[in-house]
Design a protein around this ligand. Structure first.
Ligand SMILES: O=C(CO)COP(=O)(O)O
Length: 263
């Protein structure tokens, strides 16, 4: 049985757009995709705004019955307590948040988030019904020093998914650090090589059937002119888009990648 993995195009806004700008952006994105007669059942769309925008995005999506999903860029490994500045997955779930990024490289490097912390955050997200998007990927130094660049992402995956509940819904995002924000997108072959290694490891950890149903996204300088070639690869089920997701025309073109020839 060929698993059906609905492609997911996700926009990680990082620290951009306040709640008013978020409302205007999501409204315009929805209108743009409606005008293009986008079929959300064929390609799912989600935005990942800053925490301060989530309530406003939730209210807009709910009021206007938009099919655009939304997620958070991080969550605490704790549910509540003396953790200044952290955000509980429980509180995000109370805002109808569907996804949460875990272990984005900017959190791993800028906030010293270890694989163990990522695993605890995956657990916290699942505890409150969120779908964790576990981000993995190698640095340029690791790629150049290794004869198996995929091994770094696979090791992060294995540690991040320790003690995963049998029925957990997860998404994996392969984001080579050297491609994030650099304009140096991985080639489709490079992305497929690592995403296939991730698929194989998922099968080892969770069994073939579950692995076949888990979506693996690619992230790192995804743009309208390179998304189609990436999406042609068999083990890539979508994109986690940074900079280009802040531009309506670029992100809607990425979402509508199937309009490009040959996909
Ligand atoms: O970090 C990313 C998405 O999470 C990728 O960012 P860019 O698309 O700007 O390279």
């Amino acid at each position: 049985m060929v698993a059906s993995r609905t492609p997911l195009m996700a926009g990680n806004w990082k620290m951009n757009m306040n709640h008013l700008q978020a409302i205007a952006f999501v409204q315009k994105l929805a209108w743009t995709l409606k005008d293009a007669e986008h079929d959300y059942d064929k390609v799912e769309v989600a935005v990942f705004p800053p925490f301060t925008d989530i309530r406003s995005v939730q209210t807009l999506v709910s009021t206007d019955k938009l099919k655009i999903g939304f997620g958070a860029q991080d969550c605490s490994q704790h549910d509540s307590g003396a953790y200044t500045g952290e955000t509980s997955a429980e509180f995000l779930a109370a805002l109808d948040t569907k996804y949460v990024l875990v272990g984005h490289s900017e959190r791993r490097t800028l906030h010293n988030e270890t694989d163990e912390i990522c695993q605890a955050k995956v657990t916290a997200a699942l505890r409150h019904g969120l779908i964790p998007v576990l981000c993995v990927g190698e640095t340029l130094e690791q790629r150049e020093a290794s004869d198996d660049p995929a091994s770094i992402a696979v090791a992060q995956l294995r540690k991040g998914l320790e003690n995963l509940p049998a029925d957990a819904e997860i998404v994996i995002a392969y984001e080579p650090v050297w491609a994030i924000g650099t304009g140096k997108v991985a080639t489709a072959a490079q992305a497929q090589e690592v995403c296939h290694a991730i698929r194989v490891e998922l099968a080892t950890l969770l069994g073939d059937e579950r692995a076949a149903g888990i979506r693996i996204l690619y992230g790192g300088s995804v743009k309208p002119d390179n998304v189609a070639s990436i999406m042609r690869e068999p083990d890539i089920d979508g994109a986690l888009v940074g900079g280009a997701s802040l531009n309506i025309d670029d992100f809607s073109s990425i979402v509508r990648y199937t309009q490009h020839v040959g996909v």
